[in-house]
Write a protein that binds this ligand. Structure first.
Ligand code: GRF
Length: 194
């Protein structure tokens, strides 16, 4: 499966995914695409010898469809079969998610269906939760809402802050996402629980 990884920032999940796609893997990292030309993940991708593209979303203003048309052009030219969103911070239109139904994954830093959207660590702390985690799911038209493909859990400790949760969760994300991708790319949608 020719795979594109979409990023907006540091790309640590992208790096973990790229490193996991060894020769025997059913997926191959063909492209890293960012909506921010300054994203740190672009330099990481170049170091990993993965072709990169940046499509700055800002010139498109509110015209999400025009922005996504440029993404689709690049994805089609690279003959992409599968998209992994990894720290990608743009909401995608129902049209784009429909085009990629069953072929687009995302990682979200909460135990979905809890805490869809932003500031998940702070919200789990505010709620007094004793556990937290991350979820890989299929992307559908509704934000952070598609079928769950994997979850990894951590316990929330006294004194935890949003930063300490994020720091403890990120290495788990780097294990969960590759484990899910290996199964999903082989056609196995059974969920992974770490
Ligand atoms: C991570 O918290 C991930 O869960 C979310 O974006 C954050 C940064 O990810 N999707 P990365 O380092 O850019 O992969």
């Amino acid at each position: 499966k020719r795979t594109a990884i979409l990023i907006s920032g540091g790309g640590s999940n992208m790096e973990a995914l790229v490193r996991s796609m060894t020769a025997d893997h059913p997926a191959r990292p063909v492209l890293v695409l960012s909506n921010d030309p300054e994203a740190g993940g672009l330099a990481k991708a170049r170091k990993l010898a993965v072709p990169t593209f940046a499509v700055d979303h800002r010139p498109y203003g509110k015209d999400r469809v025009a922005f996504e048309a440029e993404l689709s052009r690049i994805l089609a030219a690279a003959k992409i079969d599968l998209i992994c969103l990894a720290g990608f911070m743009r909401v995608l239109t129902p049209g784009f998610t429909a085009d990629w139904k069953g072929r687009m994954l995302n990682i979200h830093p909460s135990l979905l269906p809890k805490y869809k959207g932003l500031h998940t660590h702070a919200r789990a702390l505010e709620a007094g939760d004793t556990e937290h985690g991350c979820t890989v799911h299929e992307v559908t038209a509704d934000l952070d809402d598609g079928p769950i493909l994997g979850q990894a859990k951590i316990t929330i400790e006294p004194g935890d802050t949003p930063d300490s949760l994020a720091a403890r969760l990120l290495p788990l994300e780097h294990r969960l996402y590759p484990a899910v991708l290996r199964r999903f790319a082989a056609g196995d949608k059974s969920p992974v629980y770490l």
